[in-house]
Each structure stands twice: as structure tokens, then as C-alpha cells.
Design a protein around this ligand. Structure first.
Ligand SMILES: [Zn+2]
Ligand SMILES: [Zn+2]
Length: 251
């Protein structure tokens, strides 16, 4: 009789151990599912393409924080005479400010996972994204007017200081010139690429109004991902292409 009771106790405790460990796993699974859309543990591969001398990227919960000095790693007239990256651009109507006497630093926080199911959101003046060079990306407006008024002050890579930070309005030819290169990341957490797409090697034909579509890119390891392209239409009299005119799709 004692043996039977002992056996029952052992059996019960085995069952109890099994069940309690199952329950724990269930609870852990539930926690995982609850947090999987919010907590991020790994930075997107594309951040490896950013100018590490200017740009620091880190994860903070469900957000990615991007801090930049705003100092681009390419030549422009806006560096000013005496800087090793100063470029003579006599045809550019340079604005008074130069990069070295300007505060170009910007910090942005983006959702690690863009929300592509909501409404679109218009872009605003000032920084709408950070380019791989470390400098800011702006939209198609200049001081509440259309950009073509300020076109004469844009340098060879579609950027100027207007005032505020040094920023690109047009295709930044210093690092994307009629190609599929990564251009930067926008405030809605969506990456912006050049006029061509890595998935086909040519100009995409299925872009939405923002220049976006969903395909593999060179940074997604075979996975499809929504991203923007510089739209392949010359803007006004600039002879070049708008970097991004909106609206955001990822807010
Ligand atoms: Zn501007
Ligand atoms: Zn694409």
C-alpha cells in the first residue's frame, strides 16, 4: 500500500512538473508574441552603409535612434575655402553659411517597424530623413515656397544650407547617381534608395505616389520589404530629381 501511494505521489509530481513547465512555456510564448512587434534586438543591415564617422545608430525599445553630426563625407562648395573637402563650384549661388560655421547635428527617433497600414502623412520643412553621408534630407519646399526658387544655390549633389543644417533636396549624386544605392532613411522608418531597384537592376514601374514599393533590396537578405525610390522624373528646371516629396507611408 505504501508503495502504491509513493508511486502515485511520484507520478503526480511528474505530471505537476510537466504541466508547470508547459505553463511557463505558454506564458513565455505569450510574452514573446506580445512584444515581438515592439522590442527590437538587431539593427537593420542597411545601417551598415551609413558614414560611421558622422552617424551613430542604436536601439531604444521599439525605436531606433539616429544621431548625426550632419557632416557629409563628400566634397561641396559648402565646406568653405580651406577645408580639405572644399570644392570650387563657381556656378553655384552659394548661400552665406558654410558647413564648418554651422550646427548641422540632428537626432531622429524612428519606429523600428514602419506602420504601413495607416494614413499617409505629409512631409514638413526641415529634416525629413538622414542620408548615408550623414547629412539631412529635406523635401521639395524651401521656406514654405517651392524649391525651384532656391535651385541656384544647390551644389553639385543637390544640397545647400538654407539656413539651418546642410541638406539634400535632389538626388544626392555624391552617393547615388542613376543607380540602386541606398540614399538614407526617412522619419517614418522607411529606407530611401536611388532611381533604380536592386530587385530588377532598372527603374521600377510599380511605384506608389511616394515612390514606394515592396521588393527585395540589397540589404534584406531575400526578404521583401517596403522602401522608397527617388522618382525618375526631372524636377522643374533643376536638371535633377527630387530626393523625396512625400507623403510618408510608414507613420
Ligand atoms: Zn533647402
Ligand atoms: Zn525597389
Amino acid at each position: 500500500m505504501k508503495k502504491v501511494i509513493y508511486f502515485l505521489l511520484v507520478s503526480a509530481s511528474i505530471v505537476f512538473i510537466c504541466c508547470s513547465s508547459d505553463n511557463e512555456n505558454d506564458v513565455l510564448d505569450m510574452i514573446d508574441e506580445d512584444n515581438s512587434e515592439e522590442l527590437v534586438t538587431e539593427l537593420h543591415n542597411a545601417f551598415g552603409a551609413f558614414n560611421a564617422e558622422a552617424v551613430t545608430v542604436f536601439i531604444d525599445g521599439s525605436e531606433v535612434v539616429i544621431e548625426t553630426t550632419g557632416l557629409p563625407n563628400h566634397e561641396t562648395v559648402y565646406w568653405g575655402e580651406g577645408n580639405e573637402l572644399f570644392l570650387q563650384e563657381p556656378e553655384v549661388a552659394r548661400t552665406p553659411s558654410i558647413i564648418s560655421s554651422n550646427n548641422n547635428a540632428v537626432t531622429i527617433r524612428i519606429d523600428a517597424t514602419p506602420n504601413l497600414t495607416g494614413n499617409t502623412v505629409d512631409t514638413q520643412l526641415s529634416t525629413i530623413g538622414i542620408a548615408v553621408s550623414g547629412a539631412s534630407i529635406f523635401n521639395d519646399q524651401e521656406g514654405n515656397g517651392p524649391l525651384n526658387q532656391a535651385a541656384a544655390s544647390l551644389d553639385w549633389t543637390g544640397a545647400h544650407i538654407g539656413p539651418g543644417v546642410y541638406h539634400y533636396h535632389l538626388e544626392p549624386k555624391a552617393f547615388s547617381n542613376d543607380d540602386e544605392n541606398l540614399v538614407g532613411i526617412l522619419l517614418d522608418g522607411v529606407f530611401l534608395y536611388g532611381r533604380k531597384c536592386n530587385s530588377t537592376g532598372t527603374y521600377p514601374t510599380d511605384l506608389d505616389a511616394s515612390g514606394g514599393h515592396t521588393t527585395e533590396t540589397q540589404y534584406t537578405e531575400g526578404e521583401e520589404e517596403y522602401h522608397y525610390h527617388i522618382i525618375n522624373e526631372i524636377y522643374s528646371t533643376t536638371g535633377s530629381y527630387l530626393a523625396f516629396a512625400g507623403p510618408y507611408q510608414g507613420y
